[in-house]
Design a binder for this molecule. Structure first.
Ligand SMILES: *Cc1c(COP(=O)(O)O)cnc(C)c1O
Length: 233
């Protein structure tokens, strides 16, 4: 056993206890919340070590990294694409990912549809919403969300399973609570419409800095990198 990564267990325990507390506050159990371990810039040995601690869901925001690590990591785990996805890169990951968190435009959905159909697969996705309308962030604006959903709903090889957002960075996560509340409200809105291929099971929101607030507002998928693995270099 590689002792070098023993500290990962401590980090995970701290995160789990915070998740449990936040889940209780919103009337849920820690088990209802999935941790996506964000492995960007993390070396394969360290990723292996976190899988040994019970993590099964891994997230990457760059296609090249995901593909590389997908081949190297031979332990049982599921890959999530969590970042901006270029249309011309869809073909490299469509057979490898459990969930794409970042569908934010029709052209991307159409490409996923095309590639998924080719390999006879249904691909699960989340729609990324730019709730805060930050210029530097990707995601569809809430005003355009329903129109996009209606179109994606017609694509037979794509299943929408929920929504994703990134809140602006703020030292005090209380200041971005409204962003998470907004995404939850949008998901409730969408649930009340009848779209055959759209369900709202997952709310992917919350990162190292703000996951407790996100969970209190209804998140059931937190994407955690630095709090787990340490600051990225
Ligand atoms: C990097 C990243 C994360 C994790 O960020 P941390 O602050 O390190 O937890 C989550 N989601 C996305 C989309 C990311 O790119």
């Amino acid at each position: 056993m590689n002792r070098e990564f023993d500290y990962l267990r401590g980090n995970l325990e701290i995160i789990m206890s915070k998740i449990e507390r936040a889940a209780l506050k919103s009337g849920r159990k820690a088990d209802d919340i999935q941790i996506i371990a964000v492995t960007k810039t993390v070396e394969p040995e360290k990723i292996s070590a976190i899988i040994d601690e019970g993590i099964t869901e891994l997230g990457e925001n760059r296609v090249q990294e995901l593909v590389k690590k997908y081949d190297i990591i031979d332990k049982k785990c599921n890959w999530h694409h969590i970042g901006h996805l270029q249309t011309n890169k869809v073909k490299y990951i469509v057979d490898k990912v459990k969930l794409i968190h970042s569908v934010d435009r029709l052209s991307l959905a159409l490409e996923i549809q095309k590639r998924a159909e080719k390999i006879n697969r249904i691909v699960d996705v989340l729609i990324q919403v730019n709730v805060s309308k930050e210029e530097s962030k990707f995601g569809v604006y809430e005003e355009e969300l329903f129109e996009l959903l209606e179109k994606v709903n017609k694509l037979g090889n794509i299943r929408v399973r929920g929504l994703m957002t990134m809140a602006p960075y703020d030292e005090n996560p209380e200041n971005v609570r409204h962003v998470f509340a907004k995404l939850r409200d949008l998901s409730i809105d969408i649930q009340s419409k009848t779209l055959d291929n759209v369900s709202m099971e997952f709310l992917s929101m919350g990162m190292s800095n703000d996951f407790e607030v996100a969970i209190e507002e209804g998140s059931n998928m937190v994407r955690i990198g630095s709090a787990l693995f340490g600051e990225r270099v």
